[in-house]
Design a protein around this ligand. Structure first.
Ligand code: GLN
Length: 497
């Protein structure tokens, strides 16, 4: 990004492009230069200047013809869980080290140049590269990537959060103005919080999963990461929509996610779940979240206490359901069809086992073991079915709570970003850190993370906004009003060029 456009909104960058103050090729070159200047973050798995610049030229041609949309020509990084034809798609795994997909994910098509890479289709954004992520989107700190951990731009000793850690770090370091992420149990909201940027996990079914390499299909949902709620709304306008290639895509009339940006907050009732405050929440996190809530009161909102009594059960329920689905989804990686194949096998069984032993990392193997165990005969009822019942109770909790308030607010995570290596030998410790994001995913609800200050070690804190199904526009409006009154979302880590 050019120095003065680094901190600009997507609307302003779009304006600069349409007024020909800058070209997409120039913007892309500047973003590529920032990517290499910030290489120590390890935020990208793949960069390919020729591929990005070819797209930028296509965008410039569209702008020259007067056919540009608001996002045309703006660089975006895609989490490396989305398939792309122009870049390899690894899912952060050795299993897909050299895998080049024959098709683009729907999200990539919609944000880019459509199914045929043709003129006039898609939003015309330029793929800047593929963002580092935890292997198959399993993790909470981006330390499970085959390509190494990503560093937090605010403090390179800290994790950026996971699993869309590369995406969040890219936006925080102002390498690109926006990125895509995916959220199965918190992977957009938590890295957005840890890196001081804004992220949206839409209602399940809003954004097509086609071409999103599957982790847990009943939970996976794509969404945007950017500097502000307004930017996220613009991105969601381009990303969301029915897709017949995804059987769980929801068919609804298309919506303008910027529609509620100007709505005042007078009389807004904010529900504060008792279970999300107090014990276990770091004092610096609680302080920043409470200060944000006071800001909302000044804007005319009223705070009420609510109960989400099954919150604690979200961890065991999620860590049964997600691995169960993962074990099934990952069975396709067998060394026969595509991806890594062991060089060292003598029959079909050893082809399977050696390929999978070499291709998958420890966390992925752990999930496959848990998943196959809870789905096995004799344990299915005791674990998997019981977890599904808990999932229903959690969804019911939210419906009851949302009857008494307009929006739920809470911390995104109980702590700020931890140090790289701090939890990597204790998987359960990082599972516990997901406590405030998992239940929203289990219920399929939309959730937002917006920066609201700094906590321990001067690391960013995120405020989570949770609403009812398909209330993204309302949530984005509520977030936008906060961002009009505060400047947390405009803060960027110092000293990054
Ligand atoms: N931390 C959770 C997990 O490891 C969530 C990850 C995600 O949302 N993709 O499964």
């Amino acid at each position: 990004m050019s120095p003065d456009l680094i901190d600009s909104s997507l609307l302003d960058i779009g304006l600069a492009l349409s007024q020909k103050k800058v070209s997409s090729v120039e913007l892309t070159q500047m973003a590529l230069a920032r990517a290499s200047a910030n290489a120590s973050l390890n935020a990208f798995i793949s960069l390919d200047a020729d591929a990005s610049l070819a797209q930028a030229r296509q965008a410039d041609a569209r702008i020259a013809k007067g056919e540009a949309g608001p996002l045309t020509g703006i660089p975006i990084a895609h989490k490396d869980i989305y398939t792309t034809r122009a870049f390899r798609s690894t899912a952060g795994s050795r299993m897909l080290l050299d895998y080049v997909s024959p098709f683009d994910a729907t999200v990539v098509e919609k944000l880019g140049f459509g199914p045929l890479q043709s003129d006039g289709e898609g939003a015309g954004m330029v793929t800047l590269g593929k963002a580092n992520c935890d292997e198959f989107a399993m993790g909470s700190s981006n330390e499970n990537s085959y390509f190494g951990p990503v560093c937090n731009p605010w403090d390179e000793k800290a994790v950026p959060g996971g699993t869309s850690g590369g995406s969040a770090a890219i936006v925080a370091a102002r390498i690109a103005p926006c990125a895509t992420g995916t959220d199965t149990g918190g992977s957009i909201r938590q890295p957005a919080a840890f890196c001081g940027v804004t992220g949206v996990k839409p209602t399940y079914g809003r954004v097509s999963r086609y071409g999103m390499i599957a982790f847990a299909s009943s939970l996976d949902q794509g969404g945007p990461i950017a500097k502000s709620a307004e930017d996220c709304a613009l991105l969601l306008n381009a990303m969301a929509g029915f897709d017949e290639r995804d059987s769980t895509s929801v068919e609804r009339v298309s919506e303008d996610f910027t529609a509620a940006m100007a709505l005042p907050l007078d009389g807004l009732v904010i529900g504060l779940p008792r279970q999300y405050f107090g014990q276990g929440v770091a004092p610096g996190v609680e302080r920043a979240v409470r200060a944000a809530l006071s800001e909302y009161e000044k804007l005319g909102a009223r705070l009420v206490d609510i109960d989400l009594p099954h919150t604690e059960l979200s961890i065991p329920a999620y860590y049964v359901i997600a691995p169960a689905e993962a074990s099934s989804n990952l069975s396709r990686f067998d060394g026969v069809r595509y991806g890594h194949r062991s060089a060292d096998f003598n029959d079909l069984a050893s082809l399977y086992s050696r390929t999978r032993a070499e291709g998958f990392g420890w966390e992925v193997k752990r999930r496959i073991l848990i998943g196959t165990y809870v789905l096995s005969r004799g344990y299915y009822d005791a674990y998997y079915l019981k977890a599904q019942r808990i999932r229903r109770l959690i969804a019911n909790d939210f419906q009851r709570a949302l009857g008494a308030c307009d929006v739920i607010m809470a911390p995104v995570a109980p702590t700020v970003a931890w140090d790289i290596g701090e939890k990597s030998h204790d998987p359960v410790a990082s599972y516990l850190a997901d406590i405030f994001t998992l239940s929203v995913s289990l219920a399929g609800l939309p959730g937002l993370s917006i920066p609201c200050g700094f906590g321990e070690k001067a690391r960013p804190v995120g405020l989570q906004l949770i609403g009812n199904y398909f209330s993204e526009a309302k949530l984005l409006g509520i977030a936008h009003q906060f961002q009009l009154a505060t400047d947390w979302h405009q803060r960027a880590p110092k000293g990054r060029s």
